[in-house]
Design a protein around this ligand. Structure first.
Ligand code: GLC
Length: 774
């Protein structure tokens, strides 16, 4: 099966699933086309240059020999080849595209895809003129030659552009190269021709134009596994109910996601995860599941979901579901049978006898409180016992000390994996186990918190219990063996845990990696710390707390908002959305986008009467606690209901700001948050962002600076989130040789121009991504 290529030249994040024999990292070697190729070519008699790929063992020892395409002359004539030719080490998922700068022909960049692991013996030493080279290799050599020929004319920029067009045209004419790996993996080398106007646009913006793509073929042939596709991926959180309503019943649905599926690859997204779509009475918006193995009719059918999975995979988009293991709905058949005492299900939930006080009044077994406040115990008349619910009374907690429950939930995971799901968000993981002794929890002594509120207790017996981490390890093993058995790529777990930094880290696994848990655990610290009143220093402390605590073997993730927390644009001001999107895009690891964040969508406006969130029913602090504000429909365009549906009353009102803030408008003329967002997903494949070291600091009360550095280059974010202009000396982090690669919508700077690091004037809410060479 060939891979589906997207024709948009800006989409560099073609995701390719590759099979491979063992874990390896890759080294992509590229030539600095202007300077180094020139030098090398003088030394090489046949004028053949290197454009190579080599594999090296991840674990130890020097890299094995290079098997670079057209590699030998350079290696022979220039022993210092790696430095001279600006070799770059990249992690596997950077392999894939090779792009060349349209502006100055200086850089041949390695773009982003999730390609890894194949033994690159496939690229034998060869050159285009050798008669002994098999046809498929020479086709590649032809394409490589196009790059080389492009590198030579460094005349006027206009001339250069024509050379690109010509070179690409020529390579396209000569066909495509298919490389066959020693494990039968096949790579297709596809010449890539952007439209002329896009080439001019790239040229003007000094961005890169892909010259050809390395595409792995035959995903389905089995053999090896892509374990690391997620490690530098851009994830997108789809809140299905609010994304797109295809049947105009006011509720977003799976077919709506299908209708809008191209939005993800268009935006450079690698993986989406859906809020719960399982059968549910939806008292807690689907987090109260009544059948884990079926789709709720309000969201569509099983066939719709299968189609969404297929369509996602055709676009090399991974698709993950929300796994809600802590509890079920009280309407789940398991609970119904448990209440009745049916043998099989008797102990599926946590049932405890009542206590009686001195006057004979019935009391819950202890003082435990629910996250949604008041006692975590509810009395059941039929069983004449209390049952535990760490959330709402309609969400009874499953008893994971019962092996039958563990087995039943494993079946749920396997069921969805068999449908082609690529992994799971594991909901509310800290609450899975409680200590068996049922001791009261001590008070937290938080000032001003009433004693019925969850925060009034220190949850030493009901959160982050040792058994919870063990269960995560077991689930990880289950998924890893499934991936081993079914090949292709790793199926992954992402854990949702709001807890201390130490306990959060434990969800990854042990520090030494001997036991693995979630592939990554969401980093929610910015969600809490990036607030209206936060200074740059507060945000820097929050980021560094994470970076200082994460064991080096694990992968960070960056989250700004979600369906349980107010949107970042509302918390920190709509003018700061580009800066925050830049922040999460350039920090190391995984970038998670909550639907609407790409356009800077703000919280919607909800009246108390319109509230749908059980968390705030019958409670004060509506504005602060109600989660409906961040769940209003996605703003697609300026038509009725912002394009969410065809006019039926949406389940939550569309924000009144949709005429100003919508995707269609932001795709149109002029700068926009969405265009900044797309630029950000584009540059995430840059080796500096994938591999670089990280420095995060505040450089004024409201200015954050992030520097990522690698191999003589750095990418620097300067983000003034404050309301006043600042003039900064950033010469410690920004070298003289620099240019602005991306700027926030408000920025008056010119893309492609250098800033003065000693005197950098930053306007209010201005954010810049500056590329520097040292
Ligand atoms: C998770 C969900 C939240 C839900 C809760 C209970 O925290 O994100 O929306 O209310 O679990 O299931």
């Amino acid at each position: 099966m060939g891979l589906n290529l997207n024709d948009d030249p800006f989409i560099e994040s073609l995701r390719l699933d590759v099979v491979r024999p063992k874990r390896q990292t890759f080294e992509i070697i590229y030539i600095n086309a202007r300077d180094q190729v020139g030098k090398a070519s003088k030394k090489s008699k046949d004028g053949v240059f290197s454009l190579g790929v080599r594999a090296k063992s991840r674990t130890s020892g020097p890299p094995r020999d290079s098997y670079g395409l057209l590699d030998s002359p350079i290696r022979k004539h220039t022993p210092s080849f790696p430095r001279l030719s600006h070799a770059q080490n990249v992690t596997p998922h950077e392999c894939g595209f090779i792009t060349i700068s349209s502006a100055i022909f200086q850089r041949v960049l390695v773009g982003s895809t999730h390609v890894r692991g194949v033994d690159f013996r496939i690229l034998k030493e060869t050159n285009s003129s050798s008669p002994s080279v098999p046809a498929q290799y020479s086709a590649c050599a032809v394409a490589a030659h196009s790059i080389i020929s492009l590198s030579e004319p460094i005349g006027t920029n206009l001339l250069s552009i024509w050379f690109i067009v010509y070179g690409l045209y020529m390579s396209a004419q000569r066909g495509r190269g298919i490389l066959v790996g020693n494990d039968n993996t096949r790579i297709e080398l596809q010449p890539f021709i952007p439209r002329l106007d896009e080439q001019f646009a790239c040229h003007k913006a000094r961005t890169t134009i892909p010259v050809f793509r390395l595409c792995f073929l035959d995903q389905s042939t089995g053999g090896t596994i892509d374990w690391d596709w997620w490690k530098h991926a851009s994830f997108y959180h789809v809140y299905v109910k609010s994304f797109r309503d295809s049947n105009n019943d006011g509720i977003g649905d799976i077919r709506g996601v299908i209708e809008k599926i191209d939005h993800f690859p268009d935006s450079g997204i690698d993986a989406i995860f859906l809020s719960p779509i399982f059968q549910s009475p939806k008292i807690d918006q689907g987090y109260d599941v009544s059948d884990f193995m079926d789709v709720d009719p309000e969201f569509g059918t099983m066939d719709d979901l299968k189609e969404l999975i297929t369509q996602s995979h055709e676009r090399n988009l991974k698709i993950l579901l929300d796994f809600v293991p802590n509890h079920t709905s009280d309407q789940h058949q398991w609970f119904v049978d448990s209440v009745k005492g049916v043998d099989e299900y008797r102990d599926f939930y946590i049932w405890v006898d009542a206590k009686y006080d001195g006057s004979g009044n019935r009391q819950p077994p202890n003082n435990w409180l629910s996250v949604f406040h008041h006692s975590a115990w509810s009395w059941n008349e039929t069983r004449q016992q209390y049952y535990l619910h760490q959330f709402h009374p309609t969400q009874p907690d499953l008893n994971f000390r019962n092996p039958k429950v563990v087995e039943a939930m494993n079946k749920v995971l396997l069921f969805w994996l068999d449908q082609g799901i690529d992994g799971f968000r594991v909901d509310a993981i800290p609450y899975i186990f409680e200590s068996e002794n049922l001791y009261d929890e001590p008070p937290s002594y938080w000032p001003g918190v009433p004693d019925y509120e969850f925060e009034s207790l220190d949850h030493v017996h009901t959160k982050d219990q040792p058994e919870t981490y063990e269960l995560m390890h077991q689930w990880r093993q289950l998924l890893d063996s499934y991936s081993e058995k079914n090949r292709g790529h790793a199926r992954i777990l992402m854990s949702e845990a709001y807890t201390t930094i130490e306990n959060t880290m434990r969800y990854f696994g042990t520090r030494d990696g001997t036991k693995l848990g979630a592939h990554f655990t969401f980093n929610f610290f910015l969600v809490g710390d990036a607030t209206a009143g936060a200074s740059a220093h507060d945000i820097v402390v929050s980021i560094n707390k994470w970076l200082d605590n994460i064991p080096p073997i694990y992968t960070s993730s960056w989250v700004l908002s979600n369906h349980d927390n107010h949107r970042i644009s509302t918390r920190c001001g709509p003018g700061n959305i580009d800066g925050f999107n830049m922040l999460k895009a350039i920090l190391p690891g995984i970038d998670v986008t909550y639907y609407g964040e790409e356009i800077g969508q703000e919280n919607g406006e909800i009246l108390y009467e319109e509230n749908q969130d059980l968390k705030v029913k019958n409670r004060g602090m509506f504005e602060k606690l109600c989660r409906d504000f961040e769940r209003t429909p996605f703003q697609w365009d300026d038509s009725v209901n912002a394009g969410f549906n065809d006019g039926a009353k949406p389940w939550l009102p569309v924000s009144s700001k949709y005429l100003e803030t919508n995707l269609k408008k932001q795709k149109g003329d002029g700068p926009s948050h969405y265009k900044v967002f797309r630029e950000l997903t584009r540059i995430r494949s840059n080796v500096v962002l994938v591999r670089g070291s990280t420095v995060v600091k505040s450089v004024s009360e409201h200015t954050i600076l992030v520097r990522r550095s690698h191999d003589g280059s750095s990418v620097v974010l300067v983000f003034n989130k404050g309301d006043s202009q600042v003039v900064l000396n950033v010469s410690e982090d920004v070298s003289k040789t620099n240019y602005v690669e991306i700027k926030s919508v408000q920025s008056p700077k010119e893309i492609g121009y250098a800033v003065d690091p000693h005197h950098l004037k930053m306007e209010p809410h201005e954010a810049l991504i500056i590329f520097c060479s040292i």
